[in-house]
Ligand binder design. Structure first.
Ligand code: PXG
Length: 473
């Protein structure tokens, strides 16, 4: 491999990177000025860059390397399948053993209503498939006017035209005339932000349980506004990932389920981040107690070793597509790619044989939650949330008795903190001033201890830095 790619200095890689590679979600000029960090290898939970620095990857690549780096079973599965059959399609009444075996395995590990899967290559493609499936379902039932899909502001569902439209990121919509028609958004169940707004409006704050119900009822308001006979589906992430690890109150999802049931609206759980153990169950909907009709997955299905995504189609929908649908005019060249499916199977088998879900649910999930709770005493930490192996802390300017006060977003305090993390060998993501992690599920308690110590160190350095810059009073 290194023979094909060749050895170069960090600088040489950076120059070629700038000359030819347009990175995703990147200000190209700013990156050209700064130069990329080049990640060369990885093992377990650690990355190594071309400068020889070891970095604790508390983001699992990008929310995906659930089993950690260097798992031989996944490498062997890919190698074996590459040799035997690197590719064949599943379009013209053909199939391949890895795709069939994975479909069967997914039917076994997902909630009982899921017996069928449609394969894609990413979460974005999975969510585009969701739009196609949902609209086809209502067409087949003779309700073609039921095309509106409700999503949430600050939810993330991908970057294709469909995925970005479902996403509630206004800065994405601003580029390219999005959302596409028939997609509308409601507020997110973000208690910290909601209460900040209440306080600044001079209104009393709201308790968590009450807020969960309130935020769910925004869905009912929207359904009534659009017209119940026009709404096809509601989509949401069990815990919002890219939006900043926003864990909804326990009262939120049961109320959402009740509202979907009341109006006969399809419930779509976007499990691209929450699936495959992240929340301490196989799927986030199990942690949150919902019964989705469709479930998007990607990332953790292969632990990111190779691209694969898809949609689990519940029997309510599958029955209609199969029995009444005729040909479904949708699919991707690589739907059911045999190498990706073989790696996914090895990944799921490894998760089962090592009882990785139980490890998160019973041991390190609660242990991480404890660690994060202990950060509440830090002067910069105004809020803490966690669920399974994902967690967030909100950086604040002060914590007076009347409630936390946030920094001016223009100051980029989250990015300053992220800089200290990078500098100290820790990958932690900043979403505004919310610092988030989603580390590999294989972490041991000792590794969590090391990570927590690093996080505290980086918070301390951030505080010193803010004082030096006169941003902390
Ligand atoms: N749904 C969810 C819930 C996601 O988190 C997608 C769909 C799209 O998946 P693909 O495979 O098309 O990227 C995602 C992806 C971030 C970040 O900055 C998060 C994602 C992707 C890129 C960046 O946290 N999540």
């Amino acid at each position: 491999m290194t023979e094909l790619i060749g050895q170069r200095s960090t600088r040489a890689w950076q120059d070629a990177d700038t000359a030819h590679f347009l990175h995703p979600f990147t200000d190209f000029q700013a990156l050209a000025h700064k130069g990329s960090r080049i990640i060369e290898s990885a093992h377990n939970i650690y990355l190594r860059d071309t400068e020889g620095q070891r970095i604790l990857d508390a983001m699992s690549g990008l929310w995906c390397v659930n089993v950690g780096y260097g798992q031989q079973a996944l490498i062997d599965a890919a190698t074996q399948q590459m040799g035997q059959l690197p590719f064949y399609n599943s379009f013209f009444q053909t199939t391949t053993p890895p795709a069939v075996a994975l479909a069967e395995k997914l039917a076994a590990i997902t909630p009982a209503q899921f017996q069928h899967v449609f394969f894609a290559n990413s979460g974005s493609e999975g969510n585009d498939t969701v739009i196609r499936v949902v609209r086809r379902y209502w067409d087949l039932l003779g309700q073609p006017e039921r095309h509106v899909i409700i999503s949430r502001w600050n939810g993330y569902h991908g970057s294709t035209m469909g995925g970005a439209s479902l996403s509630g990121m206004t800065y994405m919509h601003a580029q390219g005339g999005l959302p596409i028609p028939g997609i509308t958004h409601i507020g997110q169940p973000h208690l910290f932000e909601f209460n900040l707004q209440r306080r600044s409006a001079g209104l009393p704050t709201v308790e968590e349980a009450e807020f969960g119900q309130m935020a769910a009822r925004w869905l009912e308001d929207k359904i009534l506004e659009v017209g119940p006979d026009k709404v096809a589906a509601f989509i949401g992430e069990p815990v919002q990932g890219a939006g900043g690890v926003i864990v909804p109150p326990a009262t939120y999802w049961p109320e959402i389920q009740r509202i979907c049931d009341k109006y006969g609206i399809l419930l779509v759980s976007d499990e691209v981040i929450c699936g495959f153990g992240r929340t301490g169950s196989w799927f986030g909907c199990e942690t949150m107690g919902t019964r989705p009709d469709l479930m998007t997955f990607a990332k953790g299905v292969t632990s990111g070793y190779i691209p694969l995504g898809g949609v689990m189609v519940g029997e309510r929908v599958a029955k209609v597509l199969i029995e009444q649908g005729g040909e479904f005019e949708h699919g991707y060249t690589y739907s059911g790619h045999p190498v990706a499916c073989a790696v996914a199977l090895a990944n799921i088998n490894l998760m089962q044989s090592t009882q990785l879900i139980e490890h998160v649910r019973d041991d390190i999930g609660p242990y991480l939650a404890q660690g994060f709770e202990s950060l509440r005493d830090h002067p910069l930490v105004g809020d803490v949330q966690s669920c399974g192996l994902m967690a967030a802390l909100h950086l604040v300017r002060s914590k007076s008795s009347s409630g936390p006060e946030v920094f001016d977003p223009q100051l980029g305090v989250g990015m300053i903190c992220r800089g200290h993390c990078f500098g100290n060998g820790l990958i932690m993501r900043a979403v505004g001033d919310r610092m988030i992690i989603a580390p590999p599920l294989i972490m041991t308690r000792a590794q969590i201890d090391d990570m927590m110590a690093l996080i505290r160190l980086c918070l301390d350095r951030t505080l010193v830095d803010l004082r030096t810059r006169n941003l902390w009073v």
